[in-house]
Design a protein around this ligand. Structure first.
Ligand code: ATP
Ligand code: MG
Length: 290
């Protein structure tokens, strides 16, 4: 093709180039029973290695707890899964077909990964119901128009989520009037409106009362099964109460993995915690005491 022909080809009105098309995220394929594959994930900041050839596999419907001393890389791990931080090395797959490293943060949400940060970010001036509705819309600007045209199915979905998060009786209350724990549940509900297949929750019970912690344990346990749930948490009583498999992260790698009773008697784990700082040592004392 000569130069002119190439230009004509490029400027043809009926021609749609691949890069102009919206990218279609493949359907989640769980045929092998694993929802997340992280392999050899390595990332460093300013020459300091934060995640070091980390391998982590999460099963479909699994409830997994991730523990580890401060700075072990737990939050960075969530940043990698959600595309906030890109690894220097390694691979990250969501099911069999979705390569997370090729997706933008928005596409990762669309693909079915929801993340709850530690601080609740609900809309305080809006009612509990409206907060759920708002999160369904995704885009806040379309919210007023959406209210008028909420379908029966959408209402049903909001009702369903209100039941799941235990706030059905508070639907009309302004979110600002909720307790800290209730706000956390509302935010989990807002994520559920997007129907995530993998839910990432970073330190959900910090600042909660004992009763709220128990209810959160029950909520997260109920959410697993239909979807996978990964919880990062320092509170060992809480981790024990939701059982499941526990992964211990240390210096950016997996140090140990298994049921809580095996983890708490693992000499490697005890050494890491006892060799660590005061808070970690205190946490591990609790682990060892059980
Ligand atoms: N964007 C960044 N730039 C530079 N350093 C970072 C960045 N993000 C994380 N780090 C460093 O990486 C290390 C691991 O941090 P990370 O927040 O993942 O640990 P963590 O296990 O979540 O700790 P904590 O239990 O305190 O929440 C820390 O030393 C932190 O200072
Ligand atoms: Mg953290």
């Amino acid at each position: 093709m000569n130069g002119l022909a190439a230009v004509r080809e490029f400027t043809r009105r009926d021609r749609v180039f691949d890069f102009m098309l919206p990218r279609v995220v493949p359907e989640l394929d769980l045929s092998h029973g694993t929802i997340l594959y992280l392999e050899d994930i390595t990332v460093g900041f300013d020459g300091f290695t934060v995640l070091d050839r980390l391998n982590l596999y999460i099963g479909a419907g699994e409830l997994r707890c991730i523990i580890g001393p401060n700075g072990a890389g737990k939050t960075t791990l969530m940043d990698i899964i959600t595309g906030k931080t890109r690894p220097d090395f390694g691979s990250a797959w969501f099911g069999q077909r979705i390569d997370l490293l090729r997706l933008s943060e928005e596409e990762i949400v669309q693909a079915g990964i929801g993340r709850k940060f530690q601080k609740p970010t609900v809309f305080e001036q809006q009612s509990v119901f409206d907060n759920l509705e708002l999160s369904m819309a995704g885009d806040k600007r379309v919210w007023p128009t959406l209210t008028a045209s909420l379908s029966a199915a959408q209402r049903e979905r909001i009702e369903e989520v209100l039941e799941v998060i235990g706030l059905a009786d508070h639907r009309a209350l302004h979110a600002g009037a909720l307790s800290h724990g209730q706000k956390q549940w509302l935010e989990i509900g807002m994520l559920l409106m997007q129907r995530p297949r993998l839910l990432l929750v970073d330190e959900p019970v910090a600042g909660m009362s004992h009763e709220e912690m128990d209810r959160t344990a029950e909520l997260l346990t109920n959410l697993a099964g239909e979807r996978s749930v990964v919880v990062v948490e320092h509170d060992m009583d809480f981790v024990r109460s939701i059982a499941g498999t526990v992964t211990v992260l240390h210096q950016g790698s997996v140090l140990a993995e298994g049921p809580m009773d095996e983890i708490q008697s693992d000499p490697k784990v005890i050494e890491v915690y006892l060799g660590g700082e005061q808070t970690a040592a205190a946490s591990m004392t609790k682990v060892a005491a059980c």
